[in-house]
Design a protein around this ligand. Structure first.
Ligand SMILES: [Zn+2]
Length: 308
């Protein structure tokens, strides 16, 4: 069974909405690039923040009696969609976080007859500590290291970087220096009402901050193991690297001094909880652990299908 087939849903008026895939009517659950696919759309269904963050243009924004959006947690603007069909309803989650983040509220559960759910961490090995506990560990780790050198986090620019800025602001009383791409995304968060304090690395005041020990955030894609030595040489002091990712629950890396299992996705138990509360007659599962999570659901009595 293919995702693109399950993710095309009839609206009951002869039209079809395409969920996180392109079509005449495109629904974008959130602004991460693996859910957007291109900047030009025809009719669109998405939150204002998602449209702003994704930078997409479109012909018209669709409002439809058969469509309702719900908060998905995960990041600014992220939604789930419910589509009314003859004799029932269909819900699609996209990426969800059940627990509140530092910049978003946790997902609402949509009760649905048919559910299409993304199982990024749909394997028993992925169970994350509470975010407040992780933030407390992060505070201790950062405070003890920034006394001796610089601390640089390498994280995703959209979503995770803003969560980290908020933790550094609120738990550590630290304003980080951030890469200019992270600053651009963070500016949109601020425009949509988030209170975040950060300085873009290309601004004049950042060069003042570089004279003292500082905490920096760079995009994960720019991280290279040799950066540690280059930066230590450049600033003539130790440079510690940090990572915040759900994958840290299973994989460790010698490249990071601070590696905490913090994710903006639901963990295994969170996904199970969602399905149980949603109570669907039929579940379609996609994502990294689709097969595994679908089998777990079958054992719990659900009619469940893994989709690719
Ligand atoms: Zn995402």
């Amino acid at each position: 069974m293919l995702f693109r087939d399950v993710a095309r849903v009839e609206l009951g008026d002869g039209r079809t909405i395409c969920l996180d895939t392109n079509g005449d009517i495109t629904y974008i659950s959130h602004a991460h690039s693996d859910h957007v696919f291109g900047k030009k759309k025809k009719d669109i269904v998405a939150s204002d923040a998602t449209i702003h963050l994704a930078g997409v243009s479109y012909d018209s924004k669709l409002v439809h009696d058969h469509i309702r959006l719900y908060n998905a947690g995960h990041m600014l603007g992220a939604t789930q969609i419910e589509i009314m069909k003859d004799g029932g309803n269909f819900a699609y989650t996209g990426d969800i976080s059940i627990e509140d983040g530092f910049t978003f509220k946790g997902a609402e559960v949509v009760e649905a007859d048919e559910l299409l759910i993304e199982a990024t961490y749909g394997s028993q090995e992925y169970q994350f500590p509470k975010k407040a506990d992780i933030a407390e560990v992060l505070r201790r780790e950062v405070k003890s290291r920034v006394a001796y050198g610089n601390v640089i986090f390498a994280v995703y620019s959209t979503g995770k970087a803003q969560e980290l800025i908020k933790i550094l602001n609120d738990y550590c009383d630290i304003t980080p220096v951030v890469g200019s791409d992270i600053a651009r995304v963070s500016d949109i968060y601020v425009e949509h009402g988030q209170k975040l304090s950060y300085v873009s690395s290309d601004r004049e005041d950042a060069s003042e901050m570089f004279k003292d020990n500082f905490v920096g955030i760079i995009p994960k894609s720019r991280f290279r193991p040799e950066l540690r030595f280059r930066l230590a040489q450049h600033y003539r002091k130790p440079c510690y690297f940090g990572s915040l990712s759900g994958w840290n629950a299973k994989f460790s890396s010698d490249y990071y001094d601070i590696a905490l299992p913090m994710s903006d996705h639901a963990d295994f138990n969170g996904l199970l909880e969602y399905v149980d509360y949603s109570n669907p007659k039929r579940v379609y599962v996609f994502g990294a652990f689709a097969e595994n999570f679908s089998n777990v659901l079958k054992l719990r009595g659900y009619e469940s299908y893994a989709v690719k």
